[in-house]
Design a protein around this ligand. Structure first.
Ligand SMILES: *[C@@H]1O[C@H](CO)[C@@H](O)[C@H](O)[C@H]1NC(C)=O
Ligand SMILES: *[C@@H]1O[C@H](CO)[C@@H](O)[C@H](O)[C@H]1NC(C)=O
Length: 502
């Protein structure tokens, strides 16, 4: 039997115990993986092991998928009234809220997010998103379409059945809510893989599913690696739809695996290299604050991060000096996520730390200037200083590739035309932002940018009832809002002959 793990928090911001089971959650219970494998879970602030959790394999995925399919046949799908599905989602949101501080503490421990941010952003938005989809569950409907008098024609929005969901490590809990909210509201059953780096809040959540009233097998959570569990989900012939959030490289593999197996429907939310354009006439102080939050928030580990900051020449020097001050003040607020003064934590893992430092090195090699930061902070854990790179040219890796760390490339521009050209010059198209007090320019530029999100005088201000997703190589499909309901249903056209004899 898999074991229950208890972690005792004794910190300035949170004192308490967190208890969760470390097994795979399949068919309503925690079980050991067939092969008995484990993954060590590391605290990125110290580099030390917190605990280890069960790691599944393709065999466990198969067991989970079959349990899910059985649950779909007997106790879920459209045979359960939407109101009942919604009530269970609401109950789940209530249970997360009841345990909100514990969830935030686990996220701070395992991801390195400042505790207050985890509580006010990650956990609060998770609760909000699940409640939002609870409200949708009994409002999913097709249309009656007039054709002719001898026929009754209508559409039905039916669930896929078993859906596979793979979530990333940068927002472990809230990305689960983006996935399970619409999937369950529409009547699907789930096999979900958390990131192997950040499984703890998923395990805590798994422990609440039965209490929320979900029948066994409706929600299955299989921890493990991408190349084993993720691959098995992508290839499984019974899974009809897969939703993935993560890197563009992995998204490509998932689409290939889908194509080579059963052509499951694929939605992907992938990387970004989002342009943040600041015109001479912007409210400078606000632009600096939003830009800072957008690139350094969550330690830059955000697909939506405004990592290319284009600043018009008239305010370039002033902007650079102000954002440099902001980076410096974050440097002095870097440290333990459970200290009240901490605003900047570590990168999630040694691998990510190395990757970010590699990009900083590449910028130097390519001839860019590291204006501030660029080094490790402290001697333990995976802390990287908030970093600003200037003097970049469009072909440099630091301008083209997603760093996924606290590294901003600041680039000077002259004209609107030129900056739209530069902003669009990327394989990505997730987010974009324009700062200007001129409303006609704001709208014109927002419309010209090739991105799924265009923000005006803000950035990364995502709403649970607005769609979220990418253009170009940033993804396929949309999450959140009513748009996500479409992504978890397939439309059946029903034609009923009420008179024609042939
Ligand atoms: C806004 O920008 C347009 C050019 O796009 C310019 O003609 C107009 O005068 C500007 N409006 C203000 C109030 O500055
Ligand atoms: C964005 O810029 C690219 C060039 O980089 C251009 O081809 C494209 O037309 C632009 N998109 C819009 C909508 O202006």
């Amino acid at each position: 039997m898999p074991s229950t793990f208890t972690y005792t928090f004794d910190t300035p911001l949170y004192k308490g115990k967190s208890t969760f089971n470390t097994g795979l959650f399949i068919n309503g219970e925690f079980v050991d993986p067939v092969d008995g494998a484990k993954i060590e879970v590391v605290n990125p602030s110290t580099g030390k092991v917190i605990t280890s959790v069960s790691a599944g394999s393709a065999k466990d995925v198969d067991i989970a998928v079959k349990a899910a399919k059985q649950a779909y046949k007997t106790s879920w799908g459209l045979k359960v009234p939407g109101t009942d599905r919604g009530r269970m989602l609401s109950k789940l949101a209530d249970l997360i809220e009841k345990n909100a501080d514990e969830f935030a503490a686990l996220e701070a421990l395992n991801v390195g997010k400042p505790f207050g941010v985890a509580r006010m952003a990650d956990v609060a938005s998770t609760i909000g998103t699940i409640r939002y989809y609870a409200g949708w569950a009994d409002k999913i409907q097709g249309k009656v379409i007039e054709t002719n008098d001898e026929k009754l024609s209508y559409t039905r929005h039916e669930p896929y059945g078993v859906v596979g969901q793979i979530v990333p490590w940068n927002y472990p809990l809230s990305m689960i809510s983006w996935k399970i909210g619409p999937a369950l509201a529409t009547g699907n059953v789930i096999v979900l893989k958390p990131s192997e780096l950040t499984p703890l809040t998923a395990l805590k959540l798994a422990g609440l599913c039965n209490e929320a009233g979900f029948p066994s097998g409706v929600i299955n959570i299989v921890n493990g690696y991408g190349h084993t569990v993720g691959q098995a989900i992508s290839e499984h012939p019974i899974i009809e739809k897969i939703a993935f959030t993560g890197s563009t490289a992995t998204g490509r593999k998932i689409q290939v695996a889908s194509a080579m197996s059963n052509l499951k429907t694929v939605t992907l939310e992938l990387g970004g290299k989002s342009p943040n354009i600041i015109f001479d006439d912007a409210d400078l102080e606000q632009a600096v604050k939003w830009a800072t939050r957008s690139i350094f928030g969550n330690m830059g580990q955000n697909c939506n991060a405004g990592s290319r900051i284009f600043v018009q020449e008239g305010i370039y020097d002033k902007f650079l000096s102000m954002i440099t001050d902001a980076a410096r003040s974050l440097q002095s607020a870097t440290g333990d996520p459970f200290e009240p003064s901490t605003k900047h934590g570590p990168q999630v893992s040694q691998t990510q730390f190395d990757r970010v430092m590699g990009y900083i090195d590449s910028a130097k090699t390519d001839g860019a200037n590291v204006h501030i930061g660029g080094s490790r902070h402290g001697s333990e854990g995976y802390f990287v200083q908030p970093t600003i790179v200037t003097e970049c040219t469009p072909d440099m890796k630091i301008v083209q590739e997603e760093v996924f760390g606290p590294v901003a490339a600041v680039i000077k521009f002259k004209t609107e035309e030129e900056v739209i050209e530069m902003a669009n010059n990327t394989v990505y198209g997730l987010s974009s932002a324009v700062f200007t007090e001129n409303s006609s320019r704001a709208v014109r530029v927002a419309h010209a940018l090739e991105a799924g999100q265009a923000f005006v005088n803000c950035l990364n201000w995502v709403e649970k009832n607005m769609p979220f997703g990418g253009y170009k190589q940033s993804g396929i499909g949309r999450e959140l809002g009513e748009y996500a309901i479409d992504m978890y249903t397939q439309v059946k056209a029903v034609h009923i002959n009420v008179g024609l004899k042939i």
